[in-house]
Design a protein around this ligand. Sequence first.
Ligand SMILES: [Zn+2]
Length: 137
Amino acid sequence: MLITRKAEFSSSHACYRSDWSDERNREVYGLKANPHGHGHNYVLEVTLEGDPDPITGMVLDLKDLKDILNREVVEPFDHRFLNHEIRPFDTVVPTAENITIEIWRRLEPNFRKGARLHQVRLWETDDLYVDYFGESA
Ligand SMILES: [Zn+2]
């Protein structure tokens, strides 16, 4: 069974590589390369896989899940300029793809017993989202 919880955070980012020229960054990333950054209201959907406990009827305690999402993602990322304030985005370009991988990396160790992390979906805008299933997928 799959169970999904949503969370939201607002962050700024700029997509550029410091080892490239401004021109090359503009070619590849377009307006997103502006080093002053721009913001998004990110919507995160985290899906866990497991069986409902026969006693409680729950795959996991949803309060625990909410606390984990807040601690690992929302509190550190919300109202931050990712490139300047959040590792590894001082060296890794904070595209939606790379933010999704980093969120997986932060969440996965919390779900090694019982329900397991199945999917991280990150909406960057209303018409763009990224799905990540971990390295094996
Ligand atoms: Zn953007």
